[in-house]
Structures are given as structure tokens and as C-alpha cells.
Design a protein around this ligand. Sequence first.
Ligand code: OXD
Ligand code: MN
Length: 580
Amino acid sequence: MTTTNKALQDWVAETAALTKPDHIHWCDGSEAEYRSLVELMLGRGDLLALNDKTYPNCYLHRSDPSDVARVEHLTFVCTPDRDEVGPNNNWMAPAEAHRKMAGLFEGCMRGRTLYVIPYCMGPVDSPYARCGVEITDSPYVVANMKLMTRMGKPALQRIEREGKFVRGLHSTGDLNPERRFIMHFPHELLIQSIGSGYGGNALLGKKCHALRIASWQARSEGWLAEHMLIVEIESPQGERHYLAAAFPSACGKTNLAMLIPPASQAGWKVRTIGDDIAWLHLDAEGRLRAINPESGYFGVVPGTNPKTNRNAFDMITHDTIFTNVAVTADNEPWWEDKDKQEPVTDWRGNPWKKGGAAAAHPNSRFTVAARQNPSYSPLADDPAGVPISAIIFGGRRRELAPLVYQARDWRHGVLIGASVASETTAAATGQVGVVRRDPMAMKPFCGYNFADYWGHWLGFAGKSDRLPQIFHVNWFRQDRNGKFMWPGFGDNLRVLRWIIDRCEGRAGARETPIGFLPQPGDIDLDGLDIDRQVLDSLLAVDAASWREELAGIASYFGEFGDRVPPALLEEHARVSKRLG
Ligand code: OXD
Ligand code: MN
């Protein structure tokens, strides 16, 4: 296979001249190709077959122990003008970045195969979808891209029709963290990544293309590329709503997208459209429509069990690639909070010791095709996407943020999104558990200056009067003893129902300085054992703490100087005034 697209052909030839692979393989995306890659990796020990009775077609990949998460400090956006990327990104001048990367890519594929992966983010027949081509020397990346994206022939045909595609060059290099960089050149629609095989650094369709480059394209084309799940909720009466929710990495997006209603919520149905990324466009009627650009999930494994996420638990029992989990004596994958078994081998392949470090890496992952999800919605393949009723922001906050509150209007909602803060998780290298600002859950993913991004968000208010309502939730409040106050998981449906009812104008609320909150009686608590006092504190607004929070938000906005949209500062002033 090759291509009729001259630009693509030239780029592959130039890349091969630079990286000097032994072979070039154009991926067609077929099952036979996937199987042969798996066989190749099994032969080399890059994959280990798991128990084929209980976990058929499941494999374990153990990565280099230094290469287990996104590396935000080695991720750059390269533009001529530093202010374009803002303080939210690392910046490097394009000429310097090109020089550095050319040096690192020189000869790096000697003895390896160069794979060309044409892919499409979004249904191939959707006007909202965008194509890319990833060149990589990693069969593990090809196999993951096969599960995560629509890759191969149909994508290449679309590229040949349209002529436009995002270029992504990836090599695992020598996996030395000193020679690891993830570079984005948005003006050139180009990504270059070397030295890591980890998902977010190496599966270039995901964070690099569908968020960093796409957010850049979205601003110039008038749409939004967001770190959001998309979920479909159907009432017992058959009324359907679609919600998009942004949470930082490893804060439960996959669980919320696959929620199973508790027994007391009989008749409610929840279906998954996406678990990580949403591309949102205004349609001709002024509604915001969402597509999920991905077609698979790259989810955090630890904590997945029949209570937290039965759908995910079941979907990863076959045809799944596990990365950095532990293994039991029966050769089954194992992770913390899976079940009562004990592993024999930890994620590094060493004998497991009881009471020692975690057996599975806290950021161990599953890669699986979305169609394996029992709650998969066929609308995920609808080229028109789904109309969004509500946008939900959230973070992991031990204190302060109530269970749920609603913005007064779009502009207030943008302030709420821009003010998201959350405790850091193992999805990125660095300290875990410290609160950091993560506006719209896009801190690691917005490919341009946040100040301009907030301006882009604010601009939607003038384009439609049918925009979604905006909410904020916090499933992670803890009491003085560190115990979670809200049960979370399936019971989050109770909060989603209040959100839907607010969108439909049929639920009560009380007005507070930070927005509208439910009264305890406004949320359906039937069948839920929760203390009235606990509920009251989950729904309380402590003005003094919020004044401190607003001061923290103001100083964060201050980091962006006079680029911050005046409307955002006015909104901040309005909320501060209400808090007294
Ligand atoms: C992810 C992440 O992998 O956000 O989705 O890190
Ligand atoms: Mn994510």
C-alpha cells in the first residue's frame, strides 16, 4: 500500500531518509495486521499472553519503569510567538525544536520497521471528524492506535479526498528520559514525539492531536476540542439527554461515562458515547453537538471492579491490551481493588511481596475497543454527533466545592470552568495529591494561551441562545476522618438527574453567591443511606472559604496578564461582590 497523496508520500520518504528504518509498513487497519503485530510482539517478549480461557486475546505489556505516565515537563508547544502558548504550556522556538528533534530522530529507526498509520478522529463520514497520519517505530503503538482510532484504509481514503491531515512522527528512541520530548507545532499541524512509548506521549491521535492541535484548530474554526466524556441518559419515560463532562485525568470520567444506575433508580438507562475527549460544534439550530473523536478507551485499571464499574470490568475480560498491571498465579491480570486474589508478579515483572509497593502501577492502563463496552451507544458512530444539554466541570476537591452547583448563565459557567482546581493524580509524572488549577480540565492539553482559550469559550455566548447549561460537581469531598462523604459511582446518577431537570426547568434550587444549588429535597435520595448532616455539608457554601478561593483564582488569572478577557474578570468581580 502507498498513497496518491503527494504530500504524504513525500513526508514518509523524508522521514525514512532521516530515521533510516529497515522496512516501511503502511497500515491497512485489518484484523490480520493486528494479529501479526501481536505475534511479532509476543515473539519479542514485548507482549505476554494472559490466561486465554478467562482473558482470551488479552496481553500484558510492561513498559520501561521510567516510562509510565505523561511527561508534562517534557511536552512543548512551539510557535514563533511565546505569548501564543501562554504560561499554561512549555514553549520552545520552532527552529530550535526542529533542530533538537532532527538530531534525535537521525537514524533512530535503524533495525526497526517504520509504520505509517493513517487515522481518522471521529466517524469517517462525519464533517466534524479530522484525519491524521502517525509514523511510528513501535508495534505496540500501532496495536493501540488500532483499538483507539479508526485507522487504516478508510482513513487514508478520506485523506486522499481532502488532502489535509495532521502529521505525527513518533519513535520510542532509546527510552532515555534525557532524550524524551513531546513537541507540537500547531502552525504546521505537526507533532513530534521521541523517547516514550506511554499512551499520552505516543498514541499521537489522542492528547497530542485530538486535544492540543485540535484545540488550536477549533479556535480558528469556531468549535471546541475538550477533555470531556459524553454520556447518554434515558429516563424510564424514554426521554434522552446527552451530557458532556470535563474532569482532570484519573478523576473518574470513564466510570461516569459507563455508570450503572443503582437498584432504586429502576428504568434509567445510561450509555457511553465517549470517556475522554469531546469535539463540540454549533449546528444550524444553534445547539452544541458533540462527537467522540476516539473509538476506544485507554483507561486507568486500578480500582476497576464490579462495584465501581461493572461495564469496564466486563469489557476488559477479552481482546484487551493491559499495560503495567500485576499477574496472578493463574496468569490473570491483577490490580489493586480488583478482587481478593493475590498477585505473584508485580508490574515490573518482579515477585510480588505482601505489604510492599502497589502490585499494579497506579497509572496502569487498559486499551480496548469501545464496542466491547456493554453500555456502548451506537450514537458514538453517528456522523452528526449528539446535542449536549449540559456541560459539567469537576475536580477532585477534599474540601470546599459542593456536590453540585449550576452557573447562572454561560459567562458565569466559563468562569466556573476556568476556575477548576483538582488534586493531581498518577496520570502524569510528579507529585500526587496537591491541588492545582486545571481550567476546564485542560491544563495539560490546551495547545494555546489559556487567556485566549477563555476568550474563545466566552465568544460562544454571542453565537447562540441554545447553549448548554453549565454545572460543577465534586464527588470527592471528605470528612474530618478522610472518609468520602458522597457514595459516588452509580449514585452520581441522582446528581445527573437534578442537572437534567434543571436544564428542563423542572427542578428546584436555591440561589447562592456561587450559583444555584439543590435543596436536599431536590435530589432523589430514595434508597440511599446518607446522613442529613452529611448532605447538608455537601450542599453548603461557606462564604469565608469561597472568598479565599476567589482570591486564589484572581491571582491565578493574574499569571496571564492583560490577555485575560475583561468579561471573565467582570464575572469574577460579580461573584466576589455577592460573597461580600
Ligand atoms: C488520559 C489522561 O490518559 O488524561 O486520558 O491522562
Ligand atoms: Mn484524559
